[in-house]
Design a protein around this ligand. Structure first.
Ligand code: NAD
Length: 485
């Protein structure tokens, strides 16, 4: 079934205090990465409009946080149904503004629906904990209470899932929100806000702004009304935002970059490794924080692995998501594409063999040919081994001992997803203990589903999203110690 792009509305305004409104700081083009054409525009907020959004969130907080949690959850579950009803429109919107394939766009909407529903179901299950008192007739209770108005800033690469993960948890916890979505995927953010509003969210509870990212974030983090900032994006911007939030002691959750290693041990089945991981390597054109990006393969399997991964990469059909049979989409913009080509060239300069790809595809839009970079020594200084590539490009290097493989995997300055393929139970335990990684897939991928907490380590960030922990991130535990009067 192909998407009907005629359903998609590709522009986005601001949503402030219950009204859609045009930004007073101008507009930016919304560009389809799949062909480079302008498909809409995003409205940019003036400082006064960001201030209005903060005030609206502050005013709405008392009533929203006082509403029974089950009632807040009802709105989230209703929004999940409305988003499911609008799957065709939502998939078309994502496809057009992110360059994804139809399968990736549809898959994302399914996950976003599930995320809203799960948070809606959990809203009424956030529990207090009672402890015995220290004197007769007394008790102590630790009660999670809504934190306050919060800021949410998201990346463009999974515009529906990232929004629903953060908004679902914050709204379930009783927080009100100023949401600064990515200017690279504004229409999807608009649609997520629309379904929440249509589901009955009161005015002021959720406000959507776009604008100059640095200026907007500075305004949010310097406001005494904002009690937390939940951010998903690159490590560099995350570090800057954490520093910005620090003077006001604004709590932060940082979901940042990744550069996932894949350890392929000598007892692994090469076909299984490639069949399993290729979906994550080339899905969303590799623009995922959990995308496998550095394969470390036991020397006994190395050549077979390089040959088969190269052959697999060459099976991908690159093109616009509306074209029949396309299995690999575009990258976000020309800047990303240039960075990827630069990484491939630098790897070749460091002695790598580019077994396939390495170039911009000869067509309109921002496409990198699926690329395999083979043979970099484990201690190579090639940039691609330390910089998050965020594209359809993978390195393959060979190792001989487990220590070498773990050291090489841990050498990149990220600690998020990692993968291990082996049948050895002992090896699994050792690798889980020694890898700098917080999300480890063993003989399978490591998806971020709504029911489990997940967060980074080191340069990949801190704090958790998903699970009850993701909702608790938007609460304050209040301790009540009481004795009968
Ligand atoms: P980005 O850091 O460029 O942008 C993320 C958000 O920050 C956007 O809303 C953007 O407008 C804003 N922003 C950009 N520059 C800013 C500045 N100077 N000050 C304040 N805000 C600013 O990232 P991106 O290109 O949108 O997304 C890709 C990155 O996100 C990758 O590094 C990827 O690994 C990461 N990511 C992480 C996760 C996770 O769960 N850990 C999930 C998805 C994406």
């Amino acid at each position: 079934m192909s998407v009907d792009t005629g359903l998609a509305r590709m522009s986005a305004d601001l949503f402030v205090n219950g009204s859609w409104t045009t930004g007073r700081a101008g507009r930016l083009d919304n560009v389809d990465p799949g062909n480079g054409r302008t498909i809409g525009a995003v409205s940019l907020a003036g400082a006064d409009q960001v201030a209005e959004a903060i005030t609206a969130a502050e005013v709405a907080f008392a009533a929203w946080s006082a509403r029974p949690a089950v009632g807040r959850g009802d709105i989230l579950r209703c929004a999940a149904r409305l988003l499911a009803d609008r799957t065709e429109e939502a998939a078309a919107t994502i496809l057009l503004e992110t360059g994804k394939t139809e399968a990736d766009a549809r898959g994302e909407i399914d996950r976003a629906v599930e995320t809203l529903r799960w948070n809606g179901e959990q809203a009424g299950r956030v529990q207090a904990t009672m402890f015995p008192g220290v004197v007769a007739g007394s008790r102590r209770t630790s009660i999670p209470t809504s934190l306050g108005p919060v800021a949410v800033i998201t990346a463009w690469n999974f515009p529906a899932v990232l929004a629903t993960r953060k908004l679902g948890a914050a709204l379930a916890a009783g927080c009100t929100v100023v949401f600064k979505a990515s200017e690279f995927a504004p229409a999807t953010a608009r649609l997520v806000v629309e379904v929440l509003v249509d589901a009955g969210l009161p005015a002021g509870v959720l406000n959507l702004v776009f604008g100059d990212p640095q200026a907007v974030s500075e305004q949010l983090t310097s406001s005494s009304s904002i009690k937390a900032l939940s951010f998903t994006g690159s490590t560099a911007v995350g570090k800057a935002l954490a520093a910005q939030a620090a003077p006001n002691l604004i709590r932060t959750v940082m979901e940042l970059g990744g550069h996932a290693p894949v350890l392929v041990m000598d007892d692994a089945d090469v076909d299984h490794v490639i069949a399993t991981t290729a979906a994550a390597k080339f899905g969303s054109a590799g623009q995922s924080c959990v995308a496998p990006s550095r394969y470390f393969v036991h020397e006994s399997l190395y050549q077979e692995f390089v040959d088969k991964l190269t052959a697999k990469a060459e099976t991908y059909i690159l093109g616009h998501g509306t074209e029949e049979g396309v299995t690999l989409g575009a990258v976000a913009h020309q800047g990303r594409l240039d960075a990827l080509v630069r990484l491939a060239r630098d790897a070749a300069d460091h002695g790598a063999v580019i077994t396939t790809g390495g170039k911009q595809a000869a067509r309109d839009g921002f496409y990198l040919e699926p690329t395999v970079v083979a043979g970099l020594p484990l201690d190579s200084k090639a940039m691609i081994l330390s910089e998050e590539p965020f594209g359809p490009i993978a390195t393959v290097s060979s190792f001989s001992t487990l220590d070498e493989a773990i050291d090489a995997a841990n050498a990149a300055p990220y600690s998020f997803a990692a993968y291990l393929f082996t049948n050895s139970m002992n090896m699994r335990d050792e690798v889980v203990r020694r890898l700098n990684a917080s999300n480890i897939g063993i003989n399978q991928l490591a998806p971020s589903l709504p029911d489990v907490p997940l967060g980074g380590l080191g340069n990949s960030g801190y704090g958790y999203e998903g699970g009850i922990e993701g909702i608790l991130a938007f609460t304050q535990l209040r301790l009540v110690s009481e004795t009968a009067g």
